[in-house]
Write a protein that binds this ligand. Structure first.
Ligand code: S3P
Length: 204
């Protein structure tokens, strides 16, 4: 764990981040396997905020696994539930929220995140993602004949959307998750404690 620079007049960088957030949440976006849940949990611990995983909340609300939701009702139904769950979670900020990789495909969800959160895109390359997702078979979109082709295609389709949705980009790679969490905290501190971001101008 690396100590963050302490902004003038504040107790710690972590305290400065929490103070600047107010009721806004920190939302992690990015591809499956980018480390949103693992890094999110560490961020929440460091900031002493609740951690919420949107996928787990969707499963709890539906009373079934994501694989079963996809198999029984289809992706459209899953996306509707996902948008509702994220809207509810963002109303109860501040939390650290890990979203599913496809959550920000919906414009309404992107708009909510813009209004009610600061978002971090954990950007991982295809190789890193493949190495991580191969360990598990719980992601219906990756149950295809050619996982590498699917991941490459999803990255190409989604990166422009993640880039549009995110306030901050942190490159996720094969280093300790704590180091990625440190980089997220440094970027959050930077962005939130500059006066423009702490008091965003109203949209035109
Ligand atoms: C999905 C990502 C998954 C889960 C679902 C769909 C996606 O979440 O929401 O399988 O469309 O990328 P993770 O990103 O947490 O794996």
């Amino acid at each position: 764990m690396t100590a963050l620079p302490v902004p003038a007049g504040k107790e710690t960088a972590e305290a400065a981040i929490v103070a600047a957030l107010g009721s806004r949440s920190i939302v992690l976006v990015g591809m499956m396997g980018a480390g949103k849940s693992t890094v999110g949990r560490r961020l929440a611990t460091r900031l002493n905020l609740p951690f919420v995983d949107a996928d787990h909340e969707i499963e709890a609300a539906a009373g079934k696994s994501i694989s079963d939701i996809f198999a029984e009702h289809g992706e459209g139904h899953f996306r509707d539930g996902e948008a509702k769950v994220i809207a509810r979670l963002l109303q109860n900020g501040p939390v650290v929220l890990a979203t599913g990789g496809g959550a920000v495909l919906r414009e309404d969800t992107r708009a909510r995140i813009r209004q009610q959160a600061i978002s971090i895109w954990l950007k991982a390359d295809a190789e890193t993602i493949l190495r991580r997702v191969r360990r598990r078979s719980n992601r219906p979109l990756l149950q295809t004949g050619d996982q590498a082709e699917t991941v490459t295609r999803l990255i190409a389709e989604r990166e422009p959307i993640y880039s549009q949705a995110a306030d901050i980009i942190v490159v996720s790679r094969e280093v300790a998750h704590e180091r990625i969490a440190d980089e997220c905290l440094a970027a959050l501190c930077d962005r939130l404690t500059s006066s423009a971001a702490a008091h965003p101008a109203p949209s035109p």
